[in-house]
Every structure is written in C-alpha cells, then in structure tokens.
Design a protein around this ligand. Structure first.
Ligand SMILES: C[S@@+](CC[C@H](N)C(=O)[O-])C[C@H]1O[C@@H](n2cnc3c(N)ncnc32)[C@H](O)[C@@H]1O
Length: 221
C-alpha cells in the first residue's frame, strides 16, 4: 500500500523534474535559505532528505559533508549534474531512497534536513521516525514545510484542494498538530523552533533536537 503511494509520488516528481527549478526554485528559496542557515549552525554530517534537484547543495559550506536522498531518480539526476558541474566536493553521496526507509545506520548524522518533503511522503510520521533514528543523540532535525490551517476558510480550501495537490505530489492539509502529536509520541524529541516564514506564514521552519541518551530507546522501537 505504502510502496504504491510512494511510487505515485515518485512518478509525480519524475514529471516535475524538467521544470522543477523554474517553477519551485523561487517559491521555496526563502525557506531553503533559512533551513540551510539552521543546518550550518549545527554543521557536520548532514543528510538532506528529498534533496530534489539539489538546489540547496551549493548553499552548504565546504566544511560539512552532505548526503542527499530522493525517491525520484530524474530529480536526483539533476542534483548529480549540479554537484559535478559546480564541483561540490562537500557532497558525499546522492542516492535514490525512500524517506520512510532510510538505508543508513542509527545515529549516522549530526543534522537531518527536509525541505518541502514531509507533506509529500505518504506516511510523514514514519519518515519523521526515520529522521530521528539516523540522527545522533544531540543532533538536529531541520524542516522547512507548509503548515496547514487548523480551522477557518483556509482549512476548508486546503481540504478541498487535497485531491488535486495529491496528484501533483504533495498534500495541502497538514496541521501543526501532526508534528506536535508525533513529537509527544516519539520521546527524546525536543522542539527547538517553530518559525513562520514571511510573507504569509504558510511555510515554517521547524527544528527538533534529539535529546542525549535516547539512542537505544529509538533503535529498539
Ligand atoms: C517539493 S520537492 C522539494 C525538493 C527540494 N527539497 C527543494 O527544496 O526544492 C519534494 C521532494 O521530495 C521528494 N520525495 C517525495 N517523497 C519522498 C520519499 N518518500 N522519499 C524521498 N524523497 C521523497 C520528491 O521526489 C521531491 O524531490
């Protein structure tokens, strides 16, 4: 079931790949910059989940080691071309992989970054669990994302748009409560920041820290 849904999302982004930078490059620029700045403050081994065409890759400083994964091979191909063309030596690897089943050992990274990805994956909480698993204790999760309205007209519109946007590769309906509930259940997770981004605050920068001493508990889940 989940695999089929992931295939469907991959196909949607396979189709976006040729024009993605043109359409979504400027739209997400502000959030991308904010996410990179947050990741840079922590630094070290960085995993960018849903790296897409690699628009963010040149933004990381060369002292860090960045790995990128994405479920869409055509999107990732563009990231590879970018990394080679721009000589991005800090990019350690780019692999086709599902955010819900990361092929990395526990505690492999200092920072996990996900920009405009959580609302695209079929089972967001499963992906968040995976981000936490591959993060070292004390590490940082940086998420740039759209937060859906809790109520009112915007919530109604977002719900109505769901059938359309799902076909395009993302969901419009995704309230903050999903993150809050996940963090409450996950244990060992601390909200560091929830920052609505201008101009309208529909997109936010969210940071969670993985508390020290939770590696075993998470690995056992
Ligand atoms: C809206 S794009 C964002 C791309 C990039 N992070 C950016 O800021 O431009 C969403 C990306 O998430 C990827 N994606 C969706 N579902 C995924 C999954 N289950 N595992 C890994 N990547 C996924 C898509 O292929 C796409 O590249």
């Amino acid at each position: 079931m989940s695999a089929n849904k992931s295939d469907h999302v991959a196909l949607a982004y396979d189709r976006w790949a040729p024009i993605y930078d043109l359409v979504f490059g400027p739209v997400f620029r502000r959030g991308r910059r904010a996410a990179i700045a947050a990741a840079e403050r922590a630094g070290g081994r960085i995993l960018e989940v849903g790296v897409g065409t690699g628009l963010s890759l040149p933004g990381y400083s060369r002292q860090n080691l960045v790995h990128g994964i994405d479920i869409s091979a055509p999107m990732l191909w563009k990231a590879r071309v970018r990394a080679v063309a721009q000589g991005l030596g800090h990019v350690g690897g780019l692999a086709v992989m599902d955010a819900e089943q990361l092929a990395f050992a526990d505690a492999s990274f200092d920072v996990v970054v996900a920009q405009y990805v959580v609302t695209a994956v079929p089972n967001p909480e499963r992906a968040l669990d995976e981000f936490l698993r591959v993060l070292r204790p004390g590490g940082l999760m940086v998420i740039a994302t759209r937060i859906g309205a809790e109520g009112g007209l915007r919530a109604v519109i977002e719900r109505r748009l769901m059938p359309v946007t799902s076909r395009l590769g993302w969901r419009t309906e995704f309230p903050w409560a999903r993150y809050a509930n996940w963090a409450a259940r996950a244990e060992g997770v601390q909200l560091v920041q929830r920052l609505p981004l201008p101009p309208l605050g529909h997109f936010s920068l969210i940071q969670f820290a993985k508390r020290q001493g939770h590696a075993v508990a998470l690995a056992d889940r």
